[in-house]
Design a protein around this ligand. Structure first.
Ligand code: AQP
Length: 345
């Protein structure tokens, strides 16, 4: 089977509280790429369970991420939307890639260090090997492009290293079987736009995150207009007015974050944003910011809620997506087994 020239894969964890970072860093890109690429968008539930999840909430969150994908404009008929655990090839290939990746490579992953913190010995083994599963997610479909936020850059680089090592370690067998020498293409990260790393509203040096205990740090995709207005009003800033040029954002992480969010939501550049608001106070800018955020998010949260009223419909979409994903993955998995020397049907 030959893969198309370009195939997009990306995923979002169903860990609750989808936020503006997920939306601007990932989901808006997912939507845009549908025009030009064959896309697979996955609710990565196996990644979610690297940290304990309440089973009932997990079921709800899987459906909610799916609904948010569709409400944001992802077309599950033209493209593939599914939850990861329904395609067992993700777990199988992750095992194979665990045997290719090196301990030293995984030891360098900063996200594990941040998430495990001081309790490293108590973290799940799955949290440590998470990047292998992410490599498997992508390589299982020979995906060529992966839209992600800035925080996933290091994991993407690891996926490329794993693909490269597999191609080299098994080069002779790949050739003997008559497969393309680039057995696994090296996936390209797509990290673009003015909001690739949306920061906490309370601290411009830490990432906006689902798991932050304070809800005031993030704009959730499901927040209503009043909450959005309140959170932006209370967002931390500094006493200076907004600068008129980008250079003036240096060492002002909170201001830079809000300007990036505005630019991404309004579909303009940071420079254009500062041209319009430079010299003004944050209060006026925050009102404008609330306006664009509500304009973008309200229709999505309304549609997500509507879709969530019909869980059977969401489940049918995921089941259909998984069947189509399996059809792409299975021949690639089979070839992988052959190349390694595992007897296969
Ligand atoms: N703050 C962010 N800015 C830009 N992009 C972001 N992404 C996440 N946070 C930001 C991107 O969203 C996609 C899905 O992320 P994920 O849910 O799979 O995992 P995550 O990166 O671990 O997200 P969180 O919110 O930080 O979750 P917790 O708190 O559970 O760790 C990815 O493309 C990611 O880059």
């Amino acid at each position: 089977m030959t893969a198309p020239k370009s195939r997009v894969f990306s995923g979002v964890q169903p860990t609750g509280n989808l936020h503006l970072g997920n939306y601007l860093g990932a989901i808006t890109k997912f939507v845009a790429l549908q025009e030009s690429h064959e896309c697979l968008y996955c609710v990565v539930d196996l990644h979610a369970i690297t940290v304990w999840q309440d089973p009932k909430e997990l079921e709800h969150n899987i459906r909610e991420v799916t609904a948010a994908f569709i409400a944001s404009g992802i077309d599950p008929e033209a493209h593939i939307v599914f939850n990861q655990s329904r395609v067992s090839g993700h777990a199988e290939l992750a095992w194979v890639l665990s045997c290719v990746a090196r301990m030293g490579w995984l030891n360098r992953m900063t996200q594990f260090k941040e998430k495990a913190g001081k309790h490293r010995e108590n973290a799940s083994v799955g949290l440590f090997t998470y990047p292998n599963l992410m490599a498997a997610d992508i390589l299982l479909y020979r995906a060529t492009h992966v839209p992600v936020g800035e925080d996933q850059k290091q994991h993407l680089e690891l996926s490329r290293d794993i693909a490269q090592k597999f191609n080299t370690d098994f080069a002779d067998s790949i050739a003997e079987h008559g497969f393309d020498e680039t057995f696994f293409p090296l996936p390209e990260p797509l990290i673009t736009g003015p909001a690739t790393r949306v920061m906490s509203l309370r601290d411009g040096t830490s990432k906006m995150s689902k798991s932050d205990p304070s809800d005031m740090t993030r704009i959730n995709m499901m927040d209503d207009a009043d909450s959005i207005a309140k959170k932006f009003r209370k967002a931390r800033t500094d006493p200076e007015p907004l600068p008129s040029e980008e250079a003036g954002l240096k060492d002002r992480p909170e201001a830079e974050n809000l300007v990036g969010i505005y630019a991404a939501l309004a579909g303009v550049t940071k420079a254009e944003t500062l041209k319009e608001f430079g010299g003004g106070q944050f209060s006026g800018f925050k009102e404008a910011l609330t306006g664009v955020a509500v304009e973008k998010l309200a229709p999505i949260s309304n549609e997500t809620k509507k879709l969530m009223d019909d869980p059977a419909h969401i489940d049918a979409i995921l089941s259909d997506g998984a069947a189509r994903a399996r059809a792409i993955a299975e021949p690639i998995l089979r070839q992988t087994r052959q190349v390694i020397g595992l007897l296969t049907d």
